[in-house]
Design a protein around this ligand. Structure first.
Ligand code: ADP
Length: 411
């Protein structure tokens, strides 16, 4: 079919020339039966050049398949609507250029034949604007993304800075705390010194005065008795001073250790010798068995400090006529020493505090003491990979056990 009847064709031409949208009419076979000026111009054809040709040639190749299907559906349903709703449509110019378009399809019947009138609009300009907007949006999003990343970097830096400051603050607080504790310790020391030193010092003074009262040669035993008192009290004061020096070093982080190999018996003998000066009536310290051949690699001063504290406590917190036993066990490069007494023991409810600095159990308060010895022993031993524990029952006795790693040689 070339065109709708000439007369109608003329009317169509006059009307369609006045419309700015392109008009293309196709028949059931999708052949173009009419097109207006605007449509010809849009697709780059001369007047009437499109008439009789297939609609196909106005559609870019990649859209042909879906397009044909859509037009067929329109023919079947017979309802006018906008084509390409929700997706992009493109037209193909005679010169091969592709351009975006919008098409409204209107099916109708004339002389028992079905046609579709397509109102076509070139939307290149709108698409360009849309693309421009899209591009602007993309650039904006990129900028936002860049700014967000920049902000995140700044936040990260700030967080680092805050953490740094917090660490610095913590360090300052720590050193302030240490300083405060040290000050507390000094205050405590001064009050302890004045309190703890008073009794032994006045004892020393009394003994020294009394010695002067025994000038005769046959009064040597009397002199010796007072000399022994003086020596034991001086040793007691010396131990307290050692404990204080030790705690000061521990708390200021200046504790240093010196390792060397020495016979275990050397330290044990020395400590027991000194403790013997403190014994009450009928008290006895039993030496550990078979320690002579044992040589250990450890800090001698720390072992001496630990044993002195434990053995002196056993003496101090046990009544007259009791035994103090010392046992030792060397196993797997660990040395264990037990000090066993039959003394006043530690009340059960106070046992958990016994290693706290300055803590003294209620039943011990009649005896002289500072409450720092066990704390120091525990701190030192733990620093050296060892430890201390105890079992105790009030009025029955206590067993204090120290363990520490050492290379043990026995001859
Ligand atoms: P100090 O003997 O100078 O008070 P320590 O730190 O050596 O300080 O001991 C802390 C506390 O543990 C003592 O005051 C005492 O209550 C308890 N204690 C330690 N050893 C014994 C023991 N062998 N028997 C009973 N109580 C003990």
């Amino acid at each position: 079919m070339k065109a709708i009847e000439d007369k109608e064709g003329n009317i169509f031409r006059i009307l369609s020339a006045a419309i700015s949208e392109g008009i293309i009419i196709v028949n059931e076979e999708q052949k173009i039966v009419a097109s207006n000026e605007a449509a010809n111009f849009m697709f780059g054809y001369e007047r009437d050049e499109l008439v009789g040709t297939s609609l196909d040639q106005l559609i870019p190749r990649e859209y042909k398949h879906t397009h044909t299907k859509q037009v067929d559906q329109f023919m079947e349903n017979n309802d006018p609507r906008q084509m390409g709703h929700g997706r992009d449509l493109y037209g193909l110019r005679k010169d091969g250029n592709v351009f975006p378009l919008e098409a409204g399809l209107n099916p109708f019947n004339i002389y028992n034949s079905r046609y579709v009138l397509a109102l076509v609009t070139d939307i290149s300009v709108r698409k360009d604007q849309e693309n421009e907007i899209l591009e602007l949006n993309t650039r904006l999003e990129q900028k936002i993304e860049e700014r967000t990343q920049e902000l995140q970097r700044t936040i990260k830096e700030l967080k680092k800075e805050v953490a740094k400051r917090k660490r610095a603050e913590y360090k300052i607080m720590e050193s302030l705390r240490k300083e405060r504790e040290l000050n507390e310790l000094k205050t405590k020391f001064l009050s302890l010194v004045s309190h703890e030193f008073k009794t032994p010092l006045s004892g020393i003074l009394t003994s020294a005065t009394l010695i002067g009262k025994y000038p005769e040669t046959d009064q040597q035993d009397k002199r010796e008795k007072h000399l022994k008192t003086i020596v034991s009290k001086v040793k007691y004061l010396n131990n307290i001073l050692n404990d204080f020096l030790s705690i000061e070093r521990l708390e200021s982080g200046k504790a240093t250790y010196k390792f060397h190999t020495f016979p275990l018996s050397k330290v044990v003998n020395e400590v027991i010798y000194n403790a013997n000066l403190l014994l009450k009536e009928g008290q006895r310290i039993n030496y550990p068995q078979n320690i002579d051949p044992i040589f250990i690699y450890f800090d001698e001063k720390i072992l001496e400090l630990a044993l002195t504290n434990l053995i002196n406590n056993a003496v101090k917190y046990s009544p007259e006529h009791t035994d103090i036993d010392i046992e030792e066990l060397a196993e797997n490069d660990m040395l264990t020493i037990k000090i066993i007494d039959q003394g006043i023991g530690i009340p059960e409810k106070e046992q958990k505090y016994i290693f706290n600095k300055y803590f003294r159990a209620e039943n011990a308060l009649l005896n002289q003491g500072t409450g720092i010895g066990l704390h120091i022993v525990k701190s030192h031993l733990e620093s050296l990979g060892g430890g201390i524990s105890f079992e105790s029952e009030e009025n029955k006795g206590s067993i204090f056990t120290i363990t520490f790693p050492t290379k043990i040689n026995s001859n």
